[in-house]
Design a protein around this ligand. Structure first.
Ligand SMILES: NC(=O)C1=CN([C@@H]2O[C@H](COP(=O)(O)OP(=O)(O)OC[C@H]3O[C@@H](n4cnc5c(N)ncnc54)[C@H](OP(=O)(O)O)[C@@H]3O)[C@@H](O)[C@H]2O)C=CC1
Ligand SMILES: CC(C)(CO)C(=O)C(=O)O
Length: 294
């Protein structure tokens, strides 16, 4: 019953117009013809204001997407919910020059996607339902219709006032596994094969946990040790074969999202006086690899 309009690059627009939108992989095959696509949000101006706008770019493009959306008169209204679907921390701040922060929501996604064709999303891993919420205030049910529509479409989703805890759990996961997996060129599961990998993961996790607490945020575990036990005992085995997006980006010669992950940990560490030498080293190594692979 919901018909999304999609802003994407021109090759995606052409493929969606020709063949519709497709989903393959873990959550089953699906094809949707009733979808409009355009290369710029201008083309949807007459249809505003939208109830929901989902920003699904990389974190490095969140600000640019917010600017493009806000430049179209009437697209965002006083009750539009702009949902940022990026990994990392600080995405809310990246759009705040362009979009009223009260209208900005965040989503924590632990579903892995690849795009084998411009109109096809292939799902490789689905660890938990999407969690969506507001980082600065309790909600009044405004995301429930969106969560229900996504769930009905096959991608389970919850609206939650605890999305901040979920996002920090994801920071601990991506912050430790993505960068180390990329440095060693291995899927997640390999990182626990050797004591050196385990020690490095532990150091990265301990530092992220300390920064999170010093900055006044919380996640679902009371201590870093408690989280590490869950990471190595439950989360790593579930996603063992997954190759992190950081490694995929480096292989494709693309910019990674390290700035929104480890970069954010290093900035918050500096701000709150928490030493983060291992995260700083990881940031420098990935920064070097990005330049070398570009
Ligand atoms: N892929 C995954 O498995 C997961 C991803 N995430 C998070 O989701 C977010 C998106 O990741 P992912 O889907 O992999 O990223 P992709 O780069 O595959 O997709 C983003 C798309 O948005 C396009 N784009 C960027 N800016 C604009 C713009 N202004 N107008 C139109 N199109 C634009 C990009 O085009 P171009 O490349 O030309 O810039 C690209 O095609 C990231 O933050 C990621 O961390 C979270 C969990 C899992
Ligand atoms: C696919 C996923 C969810 C890892 O499980 C991810 O966040 C990533 O690769 O960056």
């Amino acid at each position: 019953g919901v018909t999304p309009d999609i802003v994407t690059r021109q090759e995606g627009v052409t493929a969606i117009e020709d063949e519709g939108l497709r989903r393959t992989g873990l959550l089953g095959e699906a094809a949707y013809r009733n979808v409009r696509a355009a290369a710029s949000p201008d083309e949807f101006m007459a249809d505003g204001p939208y109830d929901y706008v989902l920003v699904c770019t990389k974190s490095s493009a969140t600000g640019e997407a917010g600017q493009a959306l806000s430049a179209v008169p009437g697209l965002l209204g006083p009750s539009t919910c702009v949902v940022l679907c990026q990994n990392g921390w600080g995405n809310r701040e990246r759009v705040s020059p362009w979009v009223d922060p009260d209208r900005v929501y965040n989503a924590r996604v632990i579903t892995g996607f690849s795009r084998p064709a411009p109109n096809t999303s292939h799902i490789t891993v689905h660890v938990a339902p999407i969690s969506m919420g507001h980082l600065a205030r309790p909600m009044a049910g405004e995301l429930i219709p969106l969560a229900e529509a996504l769930t009905k479409g096959g991608l389970s989703c919850n609206a939650s006032d605890e999305v901040g805890r979920d996002l920090w759990a994801k920071m601990l996961f991506n912050g430790s596994l993505n960068s180390l997996g990329a440095i060693f060129g291995v899927p997640y599961g390999k990182l626990s094969d050797h004591p050196e990998g385990l020690r490095l993961m532990r150091s990265v996790v301990d530092e992220i946990f300390a920064v999170m607490e010093a900055a006044g945020y919380r996640t679902w575990w009371q201590t870093s040790e408690e989280y590490f036990t869950v990471l190595t005992g439950e989360l790593l085995p579930t996603a063992a074969h997954h190759v992190s997006s950081t490694l995929q980006d480096l292989k494709a010669g693309k910019r990674t999202e390290i700035d929104a992950l480890t970069g954010e940990v290093v900035r918050l560490g500096e701000k709150h006086g928490v030493p983060v030498p291992v995260n700083q080293t990881v940031l420098d190594i990935i920064g070097f690899m990005e330049k070398d692979c570009a």
